[in-house]
Design a protein around this ligand. Sequence first.
Ligand code: ZN
Ligand code: ZN
Length: 175
Amino acid sequence: NEGGFVLVDQHAAQERINYEKFQRIFNEEIKTTMPLIPLVITLSPSDYMLLTKDKINALEKIGLLLEEFGNNSYKVIQIPSWLTEYNEKEYIDDLINQIIHKDYVDIAFLRKHTIATMSCKASLKAHDYLNLSEMQFLLDNLYNCENPSCCPHGRPTIISFSKYQLEKLFKRTGV
Ligand code: ZN
Ligand code: ZN
């Protein structure tokens, strides 16, 4: 545009759009389902101790229900429905690993982490090709976001170069 030019990271942009959309859905209700294949999470004895009842209850609030399975393991008996399209095991392992290593139960963190992961998985990749109208659509949606400047992980969606910065790069200042 007149002021210079902007670069948009299409993955980060779509992640932001999805994040704000999923936040609204998540606030309404969490749909749950049974895992497609039996899932058992086995922990080391020390990790097992760290996964307290409170933390297990917190996981239930985001749709993940665990049942004691003996030998430091848990059977996953219910998962959030959106997860079935992705790598369930990888997501659950990562999530449990993160809450185990926190010394308090943080539902806000769990919710944010879950919604950010959902958004990431549902977004196009950096190398996916978009035509002009798809790009325009993405930008329109991004600018409608409450917080368009970064993705839910805090990375920037847009980098802009002012006319002045460009001129400086081409060493055109003052001449
Ligand atoms: Zn991502
Ligand atoms: Zn991100």
